[in-house]
Design a protein around this ligand. Structure first.
Ligand code: TXA
Ligand code: MG
Length: 348
């Protein structure tokens, strides 16, 4: 990491003295008020902190400090032209960052914040420029996880105007849904607030409400029709590739293993001819014979699959699995978010 100095302000007690934005502290219990204080002070001083949200863990830095935000890009190995989501404590903290705050944003925030919906609005001049990768728009999200909420509230008291936070994984890898996953990505030098396993498990839905018609840039766990009902109009799809969104790059969310999506029939016949003691193959399936040694049972409920999906993929990687056969879930609205992540993980 690039060394940075703090010539004009002495580092507070919890801040990094290492110059790389890392505090040299590992996982701490996120619900402990002293841990929240410690993380808030570290963030205020420009350090990075791993933060639980209800979707996935984020790698946070203060959004109003370009040097701090630059460290996120370095730590993740993320190209600096890929914009980050800025997390806010509430709608009031979102307003000064946007110009104008659109009606669509207002409807979505009123219905779903705090919660797993990110809105793209026009960005107020001079605000969060590095987080937005210089784009004229800005992604804003108000997370519901109580640890994230407490941290954002304390950061706001310290004068921090929102936290830029992408998912806390190295660029292109599977998003983390536990504090241990974050440590696996960044090692013991990153302060991570442990908020338990994420309740939802896949990233927020992203809705671009900066233009004339709302566009669904990334599906989440909320079904498309729930978003459309609140917006009062249909969502367009991000089809023209003009919006830069790495979450929409084909090969995003990839495990190390090769993942193949298969129909129920193809999976059953492939399993029929596969020796049960074959090494390096795992199966994630709703309908395959449950007692088959390679099969990990996929739940019937799309929310349950979303919740465990990234953890299951990491588990396969940890076990040294080289090939994962996944039974393609139904092509219906409640499965849209899961199908999106699976097809990206499969296209490598
Ligand atoms: O659930 C989530 O959204 C998680 C948690 C940590 O909040 N965050 C997350 O961040 O998934 P990240 O950086 O992994 O994905 C953010 C997505 C990217 O695909 C990015 O391109 C898109 O948001 N994005 C950010 N700003 C944008 C903008 N101005 N226009 C279009 N897309 C934008
Ligand atoms: Mg991500």
């Amino acid at each position: 990491m690039r060394p940075t100095r703090w010539p004009d302000r002495p580092p507070p007690r919890w801040a990094s003295r290492r110059g790389d934005g890392l505090t040299g502290v590992a996982i701490v219990t996120g619900s402990d008020p002293s841990a929240i204080e410690r993380a808030a002070q570290a963030l205020a001083a420009g350090d990075l902190v791993g933060v639980p949200t209800e979707t996935v863990y984020g790698l946070a830095a203060r959004a109003d400090d370009d040097r701090a935000v630059a460290r996120i890009f370095e730590a993740k190995g993320r190209p600096s032209d890929h914009p980050l989501i800025v997390h806010v404590a509430n709608r009031d903290q979102a307003l000064p960052l946007s110009a104008p705050w659109s009606e669509g944003a207002d409807r979505l925030a009123a219905a779903f914040w705090p919660g797993p919906v990110t809105v793209i609005v026009r960005r107020a001049e001079g605000r969060a420029a590095t987080a937005a990768a210089g784009l004229p728009t800005l992604a804003l999200r108000c997370p519901a996880h109580p640890v994230a909420q407490a941290l954002l509230a304390r950061c706001a008291e310290l004068g921090v105007a929102g936290l830029a936070a992408p998912s806390a994984n190295r660029f292109g890898r599977v998003s983390p849904t536990t504090a241990a996953h974050v440590r696996d990505e960044f090692g013991d030098d990153l302060l991570v607030l442990d908020g338990g396993a994420c309740r939802l498990g896949i990233e927020s839905a992203i809705v671009d409400v900066s233009g004339a018609a709302p566009v669904l840039l990334r599906p989440g766990v909320l079904a498309r029709d729930e978003l459309e009902r609140v917006l009062g109009q249909p969502l367009r799809d991000a089809d023209d590739g003009s919006v830069r969104a790495p979450g929409t790059l084909e090969s995003h969310y990839a495990p190390r293993a090769t993942l193949r999506l298969m129909s129920s029939e193809d999976l059953r016949s492939a399993l029929g001819v596969l020796p049960a003691n074959v090494k390096g193959v795992a199966v994630y399936s709703r309908t395959a014979p449950r007692r088959h040694p390679l099969v990990r049972v996929m739940p019937d409920d799309p929310r349950a699959v979303a919740q465990e999906l990234f953890a299951v993929l990491r588990e396969f990687d940890d076990r040294g699995v080289k090939l994962v056969w996944v039974e393609q879930p139904p092509d219906t609205a409640p499965w849209e978010g899961v199908n999106d992540r699976l097809s990206r993980a499969a296209s490598r």
